[in-house]
Design a protein around this ligand. Structure first.
Ligand code: IFM
Length: 459
């Protein structure tokens, strides 16, 4: 199996996030988050779904750890719900919330599973949003306080920390497109939000290093490499813009290159570039030395600028056939894009270490939750992406782990429960977990890797 071709020093895991699986939205002193609020805005989430109960992981965490152990997982990536820890975003600490994650971490370690913890996966305390949310610098300050509280409490046991998950999504889908919480459509606020997310990452890294000696800290970005639909200059230009907007706007400042000049010029020409957001020292803070970069990869993006009919240019890029598409508009399946992206990150930005912390495929919610869930498409998807990850390692890329998205079906944001990304199915009526064929395939692959490398521990 493909897993055995990976090196001995490698983390095999699966990932989730708090709002998507925990439920218990107001239990034990938890404060309201922007997603608790957003889900109740009419028309924002498909079928009016919410994460109020979801997989109810908050109450099933012990069984979920046993499930992970049975699947041979060596690592588990999860996120902490900020409003469980600081219900008002800052100030009063809710010790019951901290205890929940403390027990979870201990349970994972007892099971021989390494926790990889994300501090922010989009569930901002609503109290901070009421003050403007990420568009305000004070939210970055509150994030530093939250990071300090969490890492003081868990830093003795957690050795892998991720500050933010996909800040592009949090900033632009939340503040510019309005399709994620908080649901704004304001370019200026989105650019400010992106800056404050990056700044808070930069401030958090030294706090993590101080409170969690020897731990690794990094940020997770989403990548969807662009390709021109045709050889026209306009399509190449569209690719460049997509890359600037989605990737370079984050990568360049993180690696000490400031914001990309072409995008600054574009935002200025649109009249949306904030003039007062960058304070002295901000860019140095953002470029704080991180130990790794987290990679979330699902698909590529083919860019087609509007080209006059008269140009009649040949098309060079075609979408894959229908059965090569992920459900829910998630794009065509394009494994080599992962290889290309990993190489680019290492060679263009000299990233010292990389983890793929999300990779997976959506199927539509039509599949029945029954004894055997035959998700062959997911096995094929993961296998083909692992082949590319392995190629990257052979090319010298320092890739040190792979996390499938997701451990289990869960609340897929604006798409509610209509999409299934899990290797484990969930019967939402009963809470029952049903491992799919992909979960058994992943389990057996890890077992083969353990065997090949004589890794001690699980299995
Ligand atoms: O479910 C999300 C996750 O929260 C962030 N990355 C993409 C996944 C699939 O949409």
């Amino acid at each position: 199996m493909i897993h055995s071709d990976f090196p001995k020093e490698f983390w095999w895991g699966a990932a989730t996030s708090a709002y998507q699986i925990e439920g218990a939205w107001d239990a034990d002193g938890k404060g309201e988050s922007i997603w608790d609020r957003f889900c109740h805005l009419p028309g924002k989430v498909l079928n009016g779904d919410t994460g109020q109960i979801s997989c109810d992981h908050y109450h099933h965490w012990q069984a979920d750890i046993a499930l992970m152990k049975s699947l041979n997982l060596q690592a588990y990536r999860f996120s902490i719900a900020w409003p469980r820890i600081l219900p008002a975003g800052r100030g009063n600490v809710n010790s019951t919330g901290l205890d929940f994650y403390s027990r979870l971490v201990d349970g994972l370690l007892d099971a021989g599973i390494q926790p990889f913890v994300t501090l922010y996966h989009w569930d901002l305390p609503q109290a901070l949003q009421d003050e403007g949310g990420w568009a305000e610098r004070s939210t970055a300050e509150a994030f530093a306080e939250y990071t300090d509280v969490v890492t003081r409490h868990l830093g003795d046991r957690v050795k892998y920390w991720m500050t933010h998950n996909e800040p592009w999504v949090a900033a632009f889908m939340g503040y510019q497109m309005g399709v994620h919480a908080p649901g704004l459509q304001d370019w200026n606020a989105a650019i400010r939000a992106a800056h404050h997310l990056l700044l808070s990452h930069g401030w958090a890294v030294p706090i993590i290093h101080a409170n969690s000696p020897g731990a690794e800290a990094g940020i997770v970005l989403n990548y969807s490499p662009g390709e021109p639909a045709s050889p026209s200059g306009a399509d190449y230009q569209a690719v460049r813009r997509h890359d600037g907007y989605q990737h370079r706007w984050f990568l360049d400042p993180l690696f000490g290159r400031h914001y990309p000049a072409d995008m600054v010029a574009e935002f200025q020409s649109m009249g949306v570039m904030p003039t007062d957001m960058i304070h002295s020292g901000d860019m140095e803070s953002i470029a704080a030395h991180s130990d790794f970069l987290g990679v979330n990869y699902y698909t590529r993006t083919i860019l087609r600028a509007s080209i006059p009919e008269s140009e009649n240019l040949p098309r060079t890029n075609f979408y894959a056939p229908k059965d090569e598409w992920a459900a829910g508009g998630w794009g065509d399946i394009y494994p080599v894009g992962l290889y290309n992206m990993l190489c680019r990150l290492h060679f263009d930005y000299q990233v010292p270490k990389l983890y793929v912390v999300e990779n997976g495929v959506s199927t539509d919610g039509g599949e029945p939750v029954e004894k055997q869930i035959r998700d062959t498409c997911r096995i094929s998807y993961l296998e083909r992406h692992l082949e590319q990850a392995q190629r990257a390692i052979q090319a010298g890329i320092p890739l040190a782990g792979f996390f499938a998205w997701s451990l289990m079906d869960n609340f897929e944001w604006a798409m509610g429960y209509s999409l299934h990304f899990g290797m484990v199915g969930v019967d939402y009526a009963t809470g029952k977990r049903i491992p799919k064929d992909s979960a058994f395939w992943y389990r057996d692959g890890i077992a083969a890797w353990i065997h090949a490398h004589a890794v001690s521990g699980i299995a």
